[in-house]
Design a protein around this ligand. Sequence first.
Ligand SMILES: CNCc1nccn1C
Length: 329
Amino acid sequence: ATGSVVATPAQYDAEYLSPVSIGTPAQTLMLDFDTGSSDLWVFSSETPKSSVQGQTVYNPSKSSTAKKLSGATWKISYGDGSSSSGSVYTDKVTIGGLSVSNVAVESAQKVSREFTAEADLDGLLGLAFSSINTVQPTQQKTFFDMAKPSLDSAVFTADLKYGKAGKYNFGYIDDSAYNGSLTYTAVDSSNGWWMFTSPGYAVGSGTLDSTSITGIADTGTTLLLVPSSVVTTYYKQIRNARYDSSQAGYVFPCSTSLPSFTYAVGNSQIVIPGKYINFAPVDSAGSSCFGGIQSDEGIGFSIFGDVALKAAFVVFDGSQSPRLGFASK
Ligand SMILES: CNCc1nccn1C
């Protein structure tokens, strides 16, 4: 089996949302596919009405295939401080024509204000390793792990794009979606993430600096978060860039033309065009813009978020020895 679903960017490519059908008859929600976490959770009929501001909710009592997972609970918090928690059902989940039965669908009984404020996001679909799924007392598998036995190939791919819809595919690699060849690199999944080491980086047309960057391929994080030494080197190339402590990041005039940022993958390189690194205006006047490359200070590793991933076609290979494949496009 295979599946293919569109990934539509929210404003400023802050996140990408995909339609997911849950239950019988189908209830279709827009979920943020997140390779940095492993819970599939949704706004639901159990979410306090005051916390639901525009989201579509899953109602398990209206699904003939829903079953309560008795005694199960979940609770998760994300790097940006947002969080959610609740109860658990199992139900049929269909993504882009790929149906999987008895998937753990985590029903939100609490969501933090950040999620309430995101009217277009109805939940998250975790695509990291099941070892960091938060359901207790019995940890649950991700959609991908549940689908794996049925997939033609134990892979999914992320083809996110700048300012327009991209795709997530399950079970196959669309060789027409990228240029040249895929370069695979080793993954350390011991902490539950798709963690890899990039052997070097370059700014603009400069030579490759062999400073390695170890981080996670994370579709659920917006920006590229790297060591402060790399951040400093990048913004040093931009005359009017400055660190704005009120924004806790580097900003520059929105009219600035930005140098590209290249990250190495094995013996290959992915070039992030400069325009991908102008994330969004920080003020309503739109004069000052927030950089798409910021520091990973305090995290413990780097994060190759959407700013980095949308410059590539990325294969998340979930075979016996997981690995990541990158190609330019
Ligand atoms: C932006 N804060 C909440 C959120 N939205 C998508 C993912 N996450 C963590």
